[in-house]
Design a protein around this ligand. Structure first.
Ligand code: FES
Length: 102
């Protein structure tokens, strides 16, 4: 797996500047590939909410929530800086923090 050139994200609290692979469609994909513990009860389908992460940096460059994430965010009243890692596309300099419940 060849990393996308120059694209890295940080997954706090323990992992800084991890490279994004061409196969990584989401932040959850990055975490799973690097064996970073991140709950994902529904397997990344956007239905469980266990992969919730806090956006520390880069919120201004995020793509809008997917439809399935928008529905959950509305139901559960997620603030803008909390996103589902399985629905979150990585971009350079994105910094996320895994919530303690994970
Ligand atoms: S893994 Fe279930 S919502 Fe993301």
């Amino acid at each position: 797996m060849k990393p996308k050139s120059g694209i890295s994200i940080s997954i706090l609290p323990d992992h800084h500047d991890v490279l994004v692979s061409q196969k990584d469609q989401s932040v959850l994909d990055v975490a799973l590939r690097l064996k970073i513990p991140l709950n994902h009860t529904c397997g990344g389908n956007g239905t469980c909410g266990t992969c919730l992460v806090h956006i520390v940096n880069g919120i201004e460059s995020l793509e809008p929530r997917t439809e399935i994430e928008s529905e959950m965010a509305e139901d559960r009243k997620f603030p803008d800086h909390e996103r589902l890692a399985c629905q979150l596309k990585p971009h350079d300099h994105l910094v996320v923090e895994i919530k303690k419940s994970n």
